[in-house]
Design a protein around this ligand. Structure first.
Ligand SMILES: [Zn+2]
Length: 377
């Protein structure tokens, strides 16, 4: 049977892939007759083709890495542990560095109706221990000579040429204090916060030499790994309230789903702009597209590069809750998903809207259009 999979990878891009047995090939020019290079390739192959997460984890990763991270692969947040195997893999090169580290560059590709496409090119790193090789995470290695600075809640990692801005770091930590107060959070796990001026550069440091939607226009953007408590920021500064909001609030509102985007947009911003900017942008689009039906708005995807309408609409619902009953009502909305444990993500979203906003799903189109239009008058 063939499945259609939508994978959400770095940033907000998606690729469509058909699940089938993975092919694993070695490109021309790779010196695979060399014993060490051949062992390194075998290690990577074993990892990406394994079906048993725990068994393979213990045997392929360096112990230090296993001790450091519970979900040892720093890409696990995006990929699950074994997304790699949904693509055909081709080893492009193996490079040896002086400190017994080997970089295996692998291209992952898939086929659609127009031909073979590249999904991403990833650099796996292995370290030689005696005659053996073990995987290490790529990002900490690639950033080992970057600036590192520990602050109250956050360990920052940034390019060496960046001059650390303590004032912005203080603002960031103060923001976490205010979230703790508002949401009554007793403990915040330490956050590792990587930033560069350009998101593509950070992704390259993570090991993604190429990925879909690399390039185009650089926007202030970032993402988080909730399972590793990491912020990846292409915003170039110590301050990124939106992503930090996610890390602080994910653990306390476990069933809020997309409303997490709403609260992050409401409390901070979305792609560097506030909600008022996005309401105007979205309203223009809705006026030009009167037939677009928002009753199933969870399927309404990006219509330009400036915003994600899912974020803006979630932000609208949070703003409406706040206008109605302040942060107490916002918390009520964020907690409401806990009441519907048997529903899936968007069913739960529509149920929250019905129960807390009094809007049935077949009236949502009318409701959203009216609320947005009122805000841009
Ligand atoms: Zn977000």
């Amino acid at each position: 049977m063939r499945y259609l999979l939508i994978l959400i990878l770095i940033g907000s891009f998606s690729i469509v892939n058909t699940l089938k047995a993975q092919t694993f090939t070695i490109n021309q020019g790779v010196l695979s007759s060399d014993e060490r290079i051949s062992k390194v390739i075998d290690l990577v192959k074993k990892y990406i083709q394994s079906k048993d997460a725990d068994e393979v984890k213990q045997s392929v990763w360096l112990k230090n890495e296993l001790d450091k991270y519970d979900k040892v692969d720093l890409n696990a947040n995006e990929f699950g542990l074994f997304w790699y195997q949904y693509y055909d893999a081709s080893v492009l090169s193996v490079k040896h560095f002086e400190d017994s580290v080997y970089r295996t560059r692998v291209q992952f590709s898939y086929e659609d109706t127009s031909g073979v496409k590249t999904a991403f090119i990833y650099d796996f790193l292995s370290k030689q221990i005696g005659n053996d090789f073990k995987l290490i995470n790529t990002l900490p290695y690639n950033t080992r000579n970057w600036g590192h600075k520990s602050t109250k809640y956050i360990d920052y990692v940034f390019p060496p040429e960046h001059e650390f801005n303590q004032e912005k770091a203080d603002q960031m930590n103060n923001y976490i204090d205010s979230l703790k107060r508002i949401f009554n959070i007793s403990e915040v796990d330490r956050i590792t916060f990587y930033f560069t001026d350009d998101f593509d550069l950070l992704n390259r440091a993570r090991g993604f030499t190429y990925y879909i939607r690399e390039g185009n226009y650089t926007k202030p953007q970032g993402k988080v790994s909730g399972i590793h408590n990491i912020v990846y920021s292409g915003k170039g500064s110590e301050l990124y309230r939106h992503e930090v909001t996610h890390l602080c609030l994910y653990p306390i509102f476990k069933n809020a789903g997309y409303l997490h985007e709403g609260i992050a947009c409401f409390l901070s911003d979305h792609m560097g702009q506030d909600l008022d900017y996005h309401y105007r942008n979205l309203n223009d689009y809705l006026v030009q597209n009167p037939d677009l039906d928002l009753d199933t708005f969870h399927t309404f995807r990006c219509f330009d590069v400036n915003s994600n309408p899912q974020h803006v609409i979630a932000g609208l619902f949070i703003e409406i809750a706040h206008a109605y009953g302040g942060m107490r009502q916002v918390i009520r909305v964020m907690e409401a998903g806990d009441n519907y444990p048997d529903l899936n993500g968007h069913e739960r979203y529509y149920k929250i809207i019905e129960d807390l906003y009094g809007v049935r799903q077949d009236f949502i189109n009318e409701y959203i259009r009216k609320e947005i239009a009122e805000r841009v008058e």
